[in-house]
Design a protein around this ligand. Structure first.
Ligand code: ACO
Length: 318
């Protein structure tokens, strides 16, 4: 059975940067509060006319270049996004057209901040069963468009961006293990309530009970990390890099403590990017690959938690 190997990574951030100091001029907040509670210092935000597909396209082209492949080599495109540019066609179809690739299946996958690990799980299964040889997996978000910029409890937390990986069928270990979960019983704790189906089309902004989400996320991620290691016969010291979803520095630190990992072996971008939802893991991954921290042969653990609730982990021999 073929393994899913990482052939290349890419990412893209919009040029416009919004700092905590900028937010101080817009809402009743302080740089100190945001840094202390979240670790965030700034975030990138799209400008008018800049789309989720624009970000996805740039990240994808970078990943294809890194993999040494053409878009025509790809036989499945998956885009994890919660903020597509339109209801349909999917961002994956829009991206496929931009890349001038034709015919291969392309679809979006919506698992909010766990979207990228969900998409890796699907891609891995396509590759393992022989249905695809090369899969483009993208996490792309324009969360700035679904924020109430007068709500200080949410608007300081998020940013926009995209990250991508090209997976290829190979005989190297690649993705060693993938675990994804959901529990819709927690739907009200973190949501964008708006929708045509529920008669609330105008309520299209993020709402979050931050404290409760925080507690649940830490507990679930601790259990997930333990389960992932045990199921694969690994110990904490076998992990070279933790690449966590970048929601909050305090959640990341708690997970690192659980793994006994020094923060030097955790890829952290939340201070520079904020929470870019499904883009946060591939953005962090690409940054650490490109700056040389992550090396071939190392063992990587990705973990994420998001609205739904959804959560999951991916263990990779890079
Ligand atoms: N600036 C200043 N004060 C603020 C701000 C702000 N931006 N936001 C809230 N406050 C105030 C509150 O009003 C409150 O004031 P009060 O005590 O007078 O009522 C006080 O700060 C404390 O608020 P809390 O919500 O209790 O602050 P907390 O320490 O819990 O931090 C935070 C909030 C950062 C949101 C945290 O709960 C968190 O990170 N939660 C988890 C987020 C997460 O992981 N989400 C999952 C992924 S996201 C996704 O899937 C879309």
């Amino acid at each position: 059975m073929p393994a899913s190997c990482i052939l290349g990574t890419g990412s893209y951030l919009p040029e416009r940067v919004v700092t905590n100091a900028d937010l101080e001029t817009m809402i009743d907040t302080t740089d100190a509060w945001i840094r202390e509670r979240t670790g965030i210092e700034k975030r990138h935000v799209v400008v008018d006319g800049e789309t989720c597909c624009d970000l996805a396209e740039k990240a994808s082209r970078n990943a294809l270049d890194a993999a040494g492949l053409q878009a025509s080599d790809i036989d499945l495109i998956l885009v994890a996004t919660t903020t597509p540019d339109q209801f349909f066609p999917s961002t994956a179809c829009l991206l496929q057209h931009r890349l001038d690739a034709h015919g291969c299946p392309a679809f979006d996958l919506q698992a909010v901040c766990a979207g990228f690990v969900y998409a890796l799980d699907v891609a891995d299964k396509y590759i393992r069963c022989g249905a695809a040889r090369h899969v483009l997996v993208v996490g792309a978000e324009t969360f700035s468009r679904v924020l109430d910029w007068t709500d200080r409890s949410t608007c300081v937390l998020f940013g926009d961006g995209a990250g991508a990986v090209v997976l290829g069928a190979g005989d190297q270990p690649g993705i060693i293990s993938s675990r994804i979960y959901a529990d819709g019983a927690y739907k009200d704790l973190l949501q964008i309530p708006g929708g045509h189906g529920n008669g609330r089309p105008d309520e299209a902004f993020v709402e979050m009970k931050g404290n409760e989400v925080f507690r649940f996320a830490v507990t679930k991620l601790w259990r997930l990390v333990d389960e992932t290691l045990a199921a694969n016969g690994l110990s904490r010291s076998d992990i070279d890099w933790l690449i966590p979803h970048q929601a909050n520095l305090r959640i990341i630190q708690a997970t690192a403590r659980k793994l006994d990992l020094p923060m030097e072996r955790v890829v952290v971008t939340v201070h520079e990017h904020g929470n870019t939802s499904s883009a946060s893991i591939p953005l962090a991954f690409d940054q650490a690959v490109r700056d040389g921290r992550i090396q071939r042969g190392q063992t990587l653990l990705m973990e994420a938690f998001g609205g739904g609730f959804t959560w999951g982990s991916t263990l990779i021999k890079y």
